[in-house]
Design a protein around this ligand. Structure first.
Ligand code: SAM
Length: 215
């Protein structure tokens, strides 16, 4: 049986999202669009966590793998802007999403910070010059294990890797679920948590956000 479940009581999810300060018109329009189209953005509580981490470590160079229409990018761009400026790489293989992101991030005033690449994201990271302060991963889940050595190579010591969907709607707990995506998340989690070069925790908000510092 392959099952997915809402891991949290809906009131808990709404409570955590409700604690995030209200967003600008553009950012809340992006949230409304995602809700209406069922597009899987990280959502307010995880977006706030990404923003907070990037602010905490003074991130000026951020690379995103699997950026969608720019919602998570907006949180990182805000942090980099407040940290004094720098770059956030928005990378997605879909041109329409890349163009949507350009328009949203222009409206948010982050046009000088965000760089756009239409490409397979791990290949794009492999080719770009590092190191980065934060690398955020939200690509298709079968790609997670192979992305790890590339991320490790491009992250500075003390930098933070943030990875979405490590709880995968509970599917990882179902031993009969041996689908490619679920197996890949299990394997990725094992690789990160057993490698002493990472200090890693899964923060169980929304679908589970891995936060891992490179020693
Ligand atoms: C989960 S959505 C991203 C949501 C985004 N992080 C946010 O919260 O706003 C993942 C996006 O990355 C794209 N994608 C998935 N795997 C990719 C890959 N290996 N390379 C480039 N883009 C990828 C998908 O098509 C989709 O648009």
């Amino acid at each position: 049986m392959i099952f997915t479940m809402d891991l949290y009581h809906p009131e808990l999810r709404d409570y955590l999202d409700g604690l995030v300060p209200s967003r600008t018109g553009e950012l809340s329009a992006m949230e409304a669009y995602a809700k209406q189209t069922q597009f899987p953005i990280v959502g307010p509580a995880s977006g706030q966590l990404c923003y907070q981490i990037a602010r905490m470590i003074g991130a000026r160079r951020v690379f995103e793998l699997g950026s969608g229409f720019g919602y998570s990018t907006a949180w990182f761009a805000r942090a980099v802007h407040e940290n004094g400026g720098g770059v956030v790489h928005h990378v997605v293989w879909d041109e329409t999403l890349s163009n949507m992101a350009r328009s949203h991030l222009l409206a948010l005033g982050y046009q000088d910070i965000v760089q756009y690449t239409i490409s397979e994201a791990v290949e794009a990271l492999r080719e770009v010059e590092g190191p980065f302060d934060v690398i955020f991963n939200d690509i298709d889940k079968p790609g997670y294990p192979a992305s790890l050595p590339v991320i490790h190579d491009k992250l500075r010591s003390g930098g933070v890797m943030i990875v979405d969907n490590l709880l995968w709607h509970g599917a990882i707990f179902d031993p009969s679920d041996v689908s490619e995506g679920t197996q890949a998340i299990r394997e990725f989690t094992r690789l990160v948590t057993q490698d002493p070069s990472w200090i890693a925790s899964i923060v169980p908000i929304r679908d589970g956000v891995l936060v891992a510092t490179k020693r």
